[in-house]
Design a protein around this ligand. Structure first.
Ligand code: SF4
Length: 155
């Protein structure tokens, strides 16, 4: 019951913030609007301890905390990253959305590849493969292949 209530609250939050995708090929708003993206990212940080801020550093305290929470060793905790989370969408379609949102002032594809960016389907923001959060789900990333298979089946 609590889970259902939480899910409904999350869905209502998402609608309030105008984050729901339209049907079809449209991009999630957070890929195009940096303000929405930052707001959703902040929510991932406060509610699910998204991080670490700089994955290049040892971040011992961060990984100790994750290990404690997941009841695994810090080394094992470091194996559960956005990059292999089922909510991490790295489909061509989403990555094109992220590139479109970055615009032409920077090198959009270079930025996406350097930061290994994808889209978090749970918190609705652009996230980096080398980070993680408390809501990590096994089985990822989502490369969009299932989506493509479904489309082929419909043809
Ligand atoms: S839910 Fe998955 S993709 Fe989203 S921030 Fe957490 S670990 Fe990363």
């Amino acid at each position: 019951m609590a889970t259902m209530q939480r899910t409904m609250e999350q869905a209502m939050d998402r609608e309030d913030m105008g984050e729901m995708e339209d049907e079809g090929e449209n991009c999630p708003i957070a890929t195009l609007d940096i303000t929405v993206n930052l707001k959703n990212r902040a929510k991932a940080i406060t509610s699910a301890a998204y991080g670490p801020e700089n994955p290049e550093l040892p971040n011992r305290a961060f990984w100790m905390k994750k290990a404690e929470q997941w009841d695994v060793s810090p080394e094992d905790a470091k194996q559960s990253l956005c990059g292999n989370c089922a909510a991490f969408n790295v489909s061509d379609r989403i990555r094109q959305c992220i590139v479109d949102g970055i615009g032409t002032e920077a090198d959009p594809w270079g930025t996406v590849k350097l930061a290994d960016l994808g889209y978090c389907e749970i918190f609705d923001f652009k996230c980096a493969a080398s980070r993680t959060c408390d809501a990590w789900v096994t089985g990822g990333p989502n490369t969009g292949e299932d989506e493509e298979d479904d489309m082929e089946d419909e043809e």
